[in-house]
Design a protein around this ligand. Sequence first.
Ligand code: FES
Length: 173
Amino acid sequence: MQITINNHQYEANQGDRLLDVARVNHEHIGYFCGGNSICQTCYVKVLEGAELLSALSEEEKAILSENLIKAGTRMACLTTVEKPGTIRVVSAVEEVRNLLETNPLGLGSYAAVMGWEALVKVPDTLRLQAGREFDLWQLLTDVIGGIGDAWKLVFSAFCGCSSSGEKNAATVC
Ligand code: FES
């Protein structure tokens, strides 16, 4: 089945996490915690095909505000592809990038809204994280991998390379 992330189409299998589809294809979705549902940088807005994805989990309900849920926001590390069909999502990272290019002054209000929506869920989020058990070594490995991948994406964005590392013809890195 196919899934469109930030206007790029990728192959996905049933059961794949949105985060993993993005990650193997070097697509812009944040995942500083390496997919351990801690960092909250992996927000995506589902534009089409919400019914084809896994149901909203208790973790997502604890972390995402009602407004974000109503807007179709999911956490890519907690959402899996369940049924074939057309799925289109845009990541929060991509939304920020688009704003930066088209309306940089709008970044302030975007950050304020997202900050507020995170703030109202702080108590629930803290309760959720406090009740979890982590494999610290695995977590450390995932975080280092997530940060490394993030820096590669930032580098490729700045040097004009495509997400797969190919240079644009007109760009010199
Ligand atoms: S919360 Fe960190 S990757 Fe989803």
